[in-house]
Design a protein around this ligand. Structure first.
Ligand SMILES: [Mg+2]
Length: 309
């Protein structure tokens, strides 16, 4: 397992390549647009917009991602299982046993936010080679499909008041592919992803990555209180909250991440402030993305439609 010293070294001022900023089709973006008065809404992709516990037959399973990583192989594998197999195979290719692969996969995910960060750091792996054999090798076309409910949720965000971005630890190719297969690319102005091509890149929940993400959306960057961020990882939410990002939401589908928030969802309200600002520092926890309509009421242009829960 990586030691604390690894983490400390990583957080030192040595420059790491951080965010890769693109349009929603993966083409590079130019300089950030001038700051305006809109809110900035940032969605994680894997396991947030894209439920990785979906089976090929379309049924969703309420397993937690970290548990899914550890379950035995199944003929009816969901995406998480398929990805687990690809990643474990990649670890074994490095000469690790199955047991070591399982252990390090879990530890790197917990420590760094994604397995490839640990592989780069400790095994000198080329992230693009990893991406090719893991994320890009997933048969997503046969598993993911357009999600009308998710499309409607994103359509109901008030564009007069908000800019909407995707913020992912994956490489841009994977991000573009997933958004396209879910039929939601058009709802995102841009994608902030990890720069796998840069070698030792940074990612969520590291401060460099979050900082570059904020700098990507406008120049000068927006006030942190205007940020609305949803992610399925408590580690990522804690990282963003620690930097002062307002309105962070943990998407905890299986109820297994909330206890990793360190009480951020119990923070007292800022009684000196009014409206949404009052709750800016408190992390909300949801188990269904539809709940965003309530916890981010000011972001949406209409109240929940009939039939939504
Ligand atoms: Mg995620």
């Amino acid at each position: 397992m990586p030691s604390e010293s690894h983490k400390e070294r990583h957080l030192s001022p040595s420059p790491l390549s951080a965010a890769l900023v693109t349009n929603n089709d993966g083409t590079p973006r130019g300089t950030p647009p001038p700051l305006d008065d809109k809110l900035i809404v940032l969605f994680d992709i894997d396991n947030t917009l894209c439920a990785f516990s979906i089976y090929p037959n379309g049924e969703a399973r309420a397993d937690e991602w970290r548990n899914v990583l550890l379950v035995a192989d199944s003929k009816e594998a969901g995406i998480a299982e398929l990805m687990k197999d690809k990643i474990r195979a990649y670890f074994r290719k490095l000469g690790l046993t199955e047991e070591e692969a399982a252990h390090l996969h879990h530890e790197y995910y917990k420590t760094y936010g994604l397995a490839i960060r640990g592989l780069v750091r400790h095994h000198k792996v080329d992230p693009l080679d990893y991406d090719k054999h893991c994320d890009q090798a997933l048969p997503l076309e046969t598993v993911l499909k357009v999600d009308p409910r998710l499309q409607q949720l994103l359509r109901d965000i008030d564009r007069e008041k908000c800019h909407v971005w995707a913020l992912t630890n994956a490489y841009v190719n994977h991000a573009v592919r997933v958004l396209k297969l879910l039929g939601i690319s058009e709802f995102f102005e841009g994608i902030v992803s990890c720069d796998y091509g840069a070698g030792d890149f940074s990612c969520k929940p590291e401060a460099e990555f979050f900082q570059e993400s904020v700098e990507a959306v406008s120049s000068p960057p927006p006030p942190l209180s205007r940020l609305y961020f949803v992610d399925d990882s408590a580690l990522n939410i804690r990282g963003a909250n620690a930097l002062g990002w307002g309105h962070c939401v943990l998407f905890d589908e299986a109820g297994a991440e909330e206890n990793r928030l360190g009480g951020l969802d119990k923070m007292p309200l800022d009684e000196d402030k009014e409206g949404p600002a009052k709750e800016a520092a408190r992390v909300s926890v949801i188990s269904d993305l539809e709940e965003l309509r309530h916890v981010w009421r000011e972001v949406f242009k209409a109240p929940p439609t009939n039939g939504s829960s």
